[in-house]
Design a protein around this ligand. Sequence first.
Ligand code: ZN
Length: 258
Amino acid sequence: MSESFLRGGIFLSGLVLFSSLEYFIPYRERLFKRSQRWPGNLLLIFISNVLLTGLAPLSLLSFSRLAEEGSVGLLNNVEMHYPLEFIFALVALDFAVYLQHVLSHRVPLLWRFHRVHHSDADLDATSALRFHPVEIIFSIIYKGGGVVLLGASFEAVFVFEVILNFTAMFNHSNIYIPQRVESQLRNFIVTPQMHIIHHSTLSKFSNTNYGFNLSIWDKFFRSYQGDVGGEFTIGQLDCQDVQSHKLKTLLLLPFKKN
Ligand SMILES: [Zn+2]
């Protein structure tokens, strides 16, 4: 229980931090008022959390405990110095999340649900929370499988989840970072200026920059897209009106006929 409080506290601090920075040093001009998008985005994460609490065994930490108790998974069966094992688990889980994101775009059924995230027509820290509850459940099962196969420790999974929450809010946030700093940062981590390209309405750009934490995967697997030059529209072309950001529309979007 204390882990959930700690995680919740770090998550809320991140949300307050990035939303404040967006207010003082914005990157792009907003198309919508916060009040038109925030309720939908925040209610989606609220519903997902209620569902996951109801389905208590479905937490990544419980998958890690399961693997440890059954001595299942790579890291529970090889001798490795703990600091090295810890870092290996973080990097491997980050790769698993990169792969999951690629699949979310390539597999039509997964894309139906992932499209809810891409339907945001402005990007800010709350966009990192805009995931359909069904995608959140898929995601926990997928990542849980990864945790078991890997035999990742409880501590590594906890730190990974906190980092992922934090970096997802960072790279969706609408904050200005001086180009000099940003170009150095993107050598290692995914920056907002890199991730926003992934939210373009054009598929040639949205099928690039899949990373959430480390930028190395996109570079290694040739899905990296540097600056595209000039302005571009973000979101989905059929979701550019106020109605598209209401909770009911978001929940029903995956079931809409194309
Ligand atoms: Zn995506």
